[in-house]
Design a protein around this ligand. Sequence first.
Ligand SMILES: O=C(CO)[C@@H](O)[C@H](O)COP(=O)(O)O
Ligand SMILES: [Fe+2]
Length: 217
Amino acid sequence: MNTKIAPSILSADFARLKEEIEEVEAAGADYIHVDVMDGHYVPNITIGPLVVEAIRPVTNLPLDVHLMIEQPEQYIKPFADAGADILTVHQEACTHLHRTLQLIKNAGVKAGVVINPATPAEFIKPVLQQVDLVLLMTVNPGFGGQSFISEVLEKVKTISEWRNEMNLDFEIEVDGGVNAETAAACVNAGANVLVAGSAIFSKEDRQQAIQEIRNAY
Ligand SMILES: O=C(CO)[C@@H](O)[C@H](O)COP(=O)(O)O
Ligand SMILES: [Fe+2]
């Protein structure tokens, strides 16, 4: 699988969101990663379907929408209607995970499942047949700019092995503290989508920032 870079707009300048997205698209990004936080599941509040709808016409890249919210099943349709291409829900936030993933598929959107650093990989094994993407958090969700938790790499390897054994083809994404120093370990463990927020948006030259990450693996 080709390795993809997904800049997280959480670290972008929100007053210039359109330009920021256009810049990373021109710089070779593969997905736009959108962090949705509700102030309950995580101690931060970010953006909702209105912003997804507003940025939809700005880019041709898939919008990879990471829902860090309680009761995500209530918001699948609004985010799908707003133009999300991938909707990823936390296993920890879903009472009926299988049902919520089915809701995403029924909305015509790719379905992703995500687990926090302390959640065992076994918790999502029963839904692997159902998903287009597995996201492994390499920080505790809620904020950009945190340090990479390298213990998660073992889970990346495990999920990658299960994918082979089960003959599945979902993508494996890592999110949090991914930069030119940590990218190679992620790719070597089996990740093929690298989310990077501060490593890209804190640099003046976004093309160089993305290239530095690509050069690292
Ligand atoms: O989901 C999250 C944080 O909860 C991420 O997508 C962050 O936005 C990644 O930021 P960096 O760690 O790359 O700065
Ligand atoms: Fe994220």
